[in-house]
Ligand binder design. Structure first.
Ligand SMILES: *[C@@H]1O[C@H](CO)[C@@H](O)[C@H](O)[C@H]1NC(C)=O
Ligand SMILES: *[C@@H]1O[C@H](CO)[C@@H](O)[C@H](O)[C@H]1NC(C)=O
Ligand SMILES: *[C@@H]1O[C@H](CO)[C@@H](O)[C@H](O)[C@H]1NC(C)=O
Ligand SMILES: *[C@@H]1O[C@H](CO)[C@@H](O)[C@H](O)[C@H]1NC(C)=O
Ligand SMILES: *[C@@H]1O[C@H](CO)[C@@H](O)[C@H](O)[C@H]1NC(C)=O
Length: 314
């Protein structure tokens, strides 16, 4: 083979690698939708606090930076965060237990997605308490991590079996294209839905989900949003829901080598849309509890959902 030919192949390969999106968690669209939904359920006070913390590049829009933890996780200085995007549970048990499961691959406790949610919530709570004059952590980063990880813990396959790496090692076809089961749930279902039902526009899809939150799901949102009294955040029940969804929907009929098409797509899409809705409502409730002192009054829970979603620019 000529040197030129080899160079050409290498070059083409490098360009392809740039074009193929990496192994993102809830792809960019899923995180965008979760955070967009959350923004529309923030109280005025919480929205003000969030806007104060956002980096300038966000231009006041939380959703625009919700994929930041995925963008940095492979960089040398941030590699330690890559294990905070998920939690591995024992194979085929279909349950989750913080004490048993929340550790990294070398066994260090609290290093998993639910541990990270507690950690960044705590940083925001203490950092925002005006009686504490010294702020130890970068609260801009804490807000972006928290918003991202609350999205991740709702992606069922981010709380799933250890040996298949949350479906990453389960090779399947999505219609004609080769992919893996984890990627199907992060990205492929959402992208196919956008193409088939939502004008290829994530804002259109997000609005449809918001419409159901204030409609079909309006009786459910206060139970979605609630949390043990006195606590700002409750990621453990959310993780338990995810592993149940993994067993009942994600892994089912998706054995290695299988082809997933219309049957799988149309039956799983409602689950994906509900998880995006729950992630968004719960992120809003969490940020409201952290940043809005009045929000902790129990009857204020009903306030959620009464806010009309902000209009989106398509
Ligand atoms: C909590 O956040 C800080 C700041 O990012 C980090 O140094 C620490 O390792 C985190 N701990 C866990 C358990 O996520
Ligand atoms: C703020 O911090 C102080 C001192 O640590 C604590 O006593 C107080 O309860 C905190 N306030 C809130 C609203 O958490
Ligand atoms: C906080 O983190 C953001 C994002 O990494 C960074 O741009 C900013 O400079 C940091 N702020 C401080 C005070 O270090
Ligand atoms: C909204 O709810 C309707 C009725 O239950 C359902 O048919 C539709 O698929 C839902 N759409 C979304 C985006 O959740
Ligand atoms: C929230 O409320 C629902 C329904 O009342 C209950 O089943 C659930 O356990 C509560 N969640 C928490 C974290 O307390």
């Amino acid at each position: 083979m000529s040197v030129f030919k080899l160079w050409w192949i290498k070059g083409t390969f490098a360009i392809l690698m740039l074009l193929i999106p990496g192994n993102l968690a809830w792809g960019k669209e899923g995180h965008y939708a979760t955070c967009k939904i959350a923004e529309s359920f923030l109280t005025e006070e919480a929205l003000k606090a969030v806007k104060n913390l956002l980096p300038e590049t966000a231009e006041g829009d939380l959703a625009s930076v919700c994929s930041w933890p995925d963008e940095i996780k492979h960089r040398y200085n941030w590699r330690w965060t890559s294990e905070l995007h998920y939690v591995d549970t024992p194979d085929f048990r279909c349950n989750y237990d913080y004490c048993r499961d929340c550790h990294d691959s070398s066994g260090v406790k609290d290093r998993c997605v639910t541990g990270a949610i507690y950690n960044y919530t705590e940083q925001l709570v203490t950092g925002y308490n005006t009686s504490n004059s010294v702020v130890k952590y970068n609260l801009t980063e804490a807000l972006m991590f928290l918003s991202h990880y609350i999205g991740d813990v709702h992606q069922p396959l981010h709380v799933s079996f250890t040996s298949d790496e949350g479906g990453n090692t389960i090779t399947v076809r999505w219609y004609k294209r080769k992919t893996n089961l984890h990627h199907v749930w992060d990205t492929d279902i959402i992208e196919s839905a956008m193409k088939t039902f939502y004008d290829k526009d994530i804002d259109v899809m997000t609005l449809a989900i918001e419409k159901n939150i204030t409609g079909t799901w309006s009786n459910d949102i206060s139970s979605w949003a609630n949390c043990t009294s006195g606590q700002e955040v409750c990621p453990d029940p959310w993780a338990s829901e995810s592993i149940k969804c993994s067993c009942n929907y994600a892994y089912r009929n998706a054995t290695p080598g299988s082809t997933l098409g219309d049957d799988y797509f149309l039956s799983r899409l409602p689950i994906v849309e509900m998880r995006l809705a729950q992630g968004g409502v719960r992120l809003a409730a969490t940020l409201n509890r952290i940043f809005d002192p009045l929000y902790s009054i129990p009857q204020k829970l009903a306030y959620i959902g009464n806010i009309r979603p902000t209009s989106h620019t398509a």
